[in-house]
Design a protein around this ligand. Structure first.
Ligand SMILES: [Zn+2]
Length: 487
């Protein structure tokens, strides 16, 4: 992320934003949280259900232990405290997609508390966004509102395991909100406990925003932004909501506590529902599930499953390979890319050039062809050979581009392609000078024009020389020789 961050706050320096974020993460377990139905997305409505997840009377939930494993992973990766004893509670409310009329969640004692996620602020400084809690719960079904005022209920999603991650209101700008969400997203992806697919709803963020004058200690009335399914829209909605609230406060209006949605078409937040009256959910301890006891052995087993985390990896890449924060952040955002970079950088011993090839050429290629790195044939060894060949001047950069594409498509190494196709750069004066002299002889007209002052013809001569060398001439040397012979 660049340092040029434009925000509505720049125009209203007397205001500050107070932002807290709640994220619901669907876990990638084989089965649902309290029954043995498969945990799959995208099936025909109401085909992936059983009496337990549809809330039939007399059925009993049985906890999926993997959900607890994943919650502990999230706890350890976010510096949280794991509750050694915790349980579930019933949160009562009536909604058609919740046939039991209560959701099984965690109340007073969540499995994780008091963690934090570090972020890098716009000015490069580090900030810890504190987490109030991470708790386990079940997802509800889905209401589908159709034509002619009719609605349907699909319970496939009911009972999908969720982690809810709740921050303190520590975030004070759109930049930080985005940095926090991206860090959490990457972190969960690294742990491999969720698909974190925002479009499919497996990573859903609710943003709570209030504004106040700088120096005030009391919080303003907060507005919740819900159901926004991309980082870009979240940033746009946050900016819009801050400016809407500042305008109201400037006009002496009262902010109402409500939930708002993002209207992508009109680029504004719109009213969804009022939250002025707080609901009483009548929490009670879930009597059908025993308390969970987590001992040292369980914690240790999970601790061994945690890989190097993205934030630490990014810091290490910046130190060890002298990469910029921005470059390191992009490299670590996909674990496969980070691993690939590190392998290639170690072989080539040229981390900066290796990172350039990945950030500029490889990512562009993957995006253009809609591919993952694993779907190409490119190896770290091949990329390292290319970086070294360019660095030593064995090939020129134009040839390098062609070799790169061939490596991706064939899996061959750069050294092998250079040999097979005889692509070594022609960079001896002895080889290039006769070619230059011949070009000057063959193009007397243009030489005359050039000598009469038409400097723009110079690239024409360079092009002729590159053509005559089959693209393999050393461009720097060609230019030197041309200048010498053109006078
Ligand atoms: Zn079920």
């Amino acid at each position: 992320m660049s340092s040029e961050v434009k925000s509505v706050l720049d125009h209203h320096p007397s205001y500050e934003a107070v932002i807290g974020i709640e994220v619901h993460i669907q876990l990638k377990t084989k089965s649902k949280i309290f029954c043995s139905c498969p945990n799959h997305f995208g099936q025909e409505p109401n085909t992936n259900i059983c009496p337990v997840c549809t809330g039939h009377p007399g059925t009993l939930p049985v906890l999926n232990k993997t959900v607890v494993d994943y919650a502990i992973m999230a706890a350890l990766a976010t510096n949280s405290t794991v509750a050694r004893t915790c349980g579930f509670a019933r949160k009562h409310y009536m909604y058609p997609d919740l046939p039991k009329n209560y959701q099984i969640t965690q109340a007073d004692v969540p499995i994780c508390s008091d963690g934090y996620i570090p972020i890098q602020c716009a000015d490069g400084s580090e900030k810890k966004v504190r987490l109030i809690r991470i708790h386990m719960e079940e997802d509800a079904g889905k209401n589908i509102h159709g034509m002619a005022g009719k609605s349907w209920v699909d319970l496939n999603r009911a009972g999908t395991p969720l982690l809810e991650v709740v921050t303190h209101p520590d975030i004070s700008s759109t930049y930080e909100a985005r940095a926090y969400l991206m860090n959490l997203h990457t972190l969960i992806k690294y742990l491999g406990i969720s698909d974190v697919n925002m479009e499919e709803g497996s990573f859903r963020a609710d943003i709570n925003i209030s504004m106040r004058k700088k120096g005030e200690t009391k919080f303003g009335t907060r507005v919740e932004l819900k159901n926004i399914n991309s980082f870009k829209f979240i940033a746009q909605a946050t900016e819009h909501e801050m400016s809407r609230q500042i305008e109201m406060l400037e006009n002496g209006e009262r902010i109402k506590q409500e939930t708002r949605l993002w209207d992508t078409k009109h680029q504004k937040t719109v009213f969804m529902r009022s939250k002025e009256e707080s609901q009483d959910y009548r929490y009670l301890t879930e009597p059908d599930l025993p308390a969970i006891q987590i001992d040292d052995a369980w914690l240790e087993r999970i601790r061994h499953m945690i890989p190097e985390l993205p934030y630490n990896k990014s810091r290490r890449f910046q130190d060890e390979y002298t990469l910029s924060a921005n470059d390191a952040e992009i490299l670590v955002s996909e674990i496969a890319i980070a691993r690939f970079f590190e392998q290639a950088a170690r072989i080539s011993n040229k981390p900066k050039q290796t990172s350039n090839w990945i950030l500029r050429d490889l990512l562009a290629y993957l995006k253009e062809h809609k591919l993952e790195l694993e779907q190409t044939k490119l190896t770290a060894q091949a990329l390292a050979e290319l970086v070294v060949a360019l660095d030593k001047g064995v090939i020129n950069s134009k040839v390098g581009q062609e070799i790169f594409i061939e490596m991706i498509q064939t899996g061959k190494g750069a050294d092998c392609i250079i040999k097979e196709k005889n692509l070594e750069q022609i960079d001896s004066v002895g080889a290039l000078e006769p070619i230059i002299i011949k070009i000057i002889q063959d193009n007397a007209d243009n030489v005359a024009k050039y000598k009469a002052g038409n400097d723009r013809l110079f690239p024409f001569f360079v092009g002729q020389a590159m053509k005559a060398t089959g693209g393999k001439g050393n461009p720097v040397l060609i230019q030197e020789l041309l200048k010498k012979h053109l006078g």
